[in-house]
Design a protein around this ligand. Structure first.
Ligand SMILES: NC(=O)c1ccc[n+]([C@@H]2O[C@H](COP(=O)([O-])OP(=O)(O)OC[C@H]3O[C@@H](n4cnc5c(N)ncnc54)[C@H](OP(=O)(O)O)[C@@H]3O)[C@@H](O)[C@H]2O)c1
Length: 292
């Protein structure tokens, strides 16, 4: 190029244009390199105001500065470090979402889609249980928060998210299929089960028309969540979907007699965030695969 520019028959305006293009290409490549160095990972975490969601958020920030978290809470966290042990910063934004209300979920999703925050990882952490300090007994609410909210958010975000994005479902050993009848277990483990079939079984279970599932709707909702994880992992092979049981943890849900500290319960979901070769379609506890 330099020799071409020295040629006498190249006009000075042509030389000027060529030099301008070289400068432009050079500065673009510097910008590109800079982008590679400071790549920011976006993570969406539901239920970050307490319990495992709060601890997962803290542990992720303690491992990396190149992360932006959008957390959901029913109450906003603005300047509330003393209440929640965490507050909004440029790396942590919080949106208020009531997962028991499909309209609230929809307006939250509309906000995300119209913002510049597209998650690389989604941690579906928020959940309800018929025990602990905030017990919820109504099976419809349990399924709405533990299953349908997860499905609605995932269905909307999966097509928008990049290849290799991750979905982490906070599940529970209480959803293991060993408590299900043989027929119910076979039905859920069938690799060809569709989301429609799963939803129709849930509908029958909630309205007492389906037997073979455990009577505790929490166990049933987590087994349904695990089935959703398997269905997604078959359907979207370019992304990673995992279910994680944190163990029995001392949170408002787990209660004070739980043997596990919150820091230990958050370990495996945080490991899954940073693990570069995480296998999709599996159920994990303590960083090891466990049976469905
Ligand atoms: N703790 C355990 O022993 C244990 C064991 C196995 C699995 N898990 C799973 O781990 C996850 C976190 O549990 P945790 O122990 O941290 O529970 P937690 O202390 O009770 O916290 C639950 C979180 O979910 C949010 N949430 C509940 N209902 C909601 C709703 N309708 N709309 C929006 N957010 C809602 C709560 O927000 P609010 O503060 O607004 O209620 C809170 O942030 C859950 O999915 C749970 O099933 C826990």
């Amino acid at each position: 190029m330099a020799r071409y520019l020295q040629k006498k028959n190249v006009s000075s305006s042509e030389k000027r244009n060529i030099r301008k293009s070289i400068v432009e290409i050079f500065s673009l490549s510097i910008k590109f390199k800079k982008n590679l160095v400071i790549y920011i990972m976006n993570i969406l975490i539901t239920g970050i105001n307490r319990g495992l969601g709060l601890e997962i958020t803290k542990q992720i920030f303690s491992r990396s500065d190149s992360i932006h978290i959008l957390g959901t809470s029913r109450r906003l966290l603005k300047n509330s470090i003393y209440t929640f042990g965490i507050k909004e910063t440029s790396s942590l934004k919080v949106e208020s979402v009531e997962l028991n209300d499909p309209k609230s979920i929809q307006s939250f999703l509309d906000k995300i889609i119209n913002s510049d925050f597209l998650p690389d990882i989604v941690i579906h952490n928020a959940g309800v249980y018929p025990g602990g300090s905030n017990p919820i007994y109504n099976p419809e609410i349990i399924f709405q928060v533990n299953f349908y909210a997860v499905k609605e958010i995932s269905d909307k975000l999966i097509p928008l998210m990049k290849k290799k994005s991750k979905f982490i479902f906070m599940s529970s050993g209480m959803g293991e299929l060993s408590q299900f009848s043989e027929t119910a277990r076979r039905k859920l483990l069938n690799p060809n089960i569709s989301i429609m079939e799963l939803e129709s079984t849930i509908h029958d279970y909630i309205h007492n028309r389906y037997t073979g599932w455990p009577t505790n709707p929490y166990s049933a909702s987590k087994a349904a969540l695990n089935t959703l994880c398997r269905i997604y992992s078959h359907k979207y092979s370019d992304k990673t979907f995992v279910s994680i049981c944190p163990g029995w943890v001392k949170t408002d849900m787990g209660g004070p007699s739980a043997p596990r500290e919150i820091s230990k319960g958050a370990e495996t979901p945080v490991w899954a965030v940073f693990h570069t070769k995480l296998k999709s379609g599996l159920f994990y506890r303590d960083k090891l695969k466990i049976p469905w």
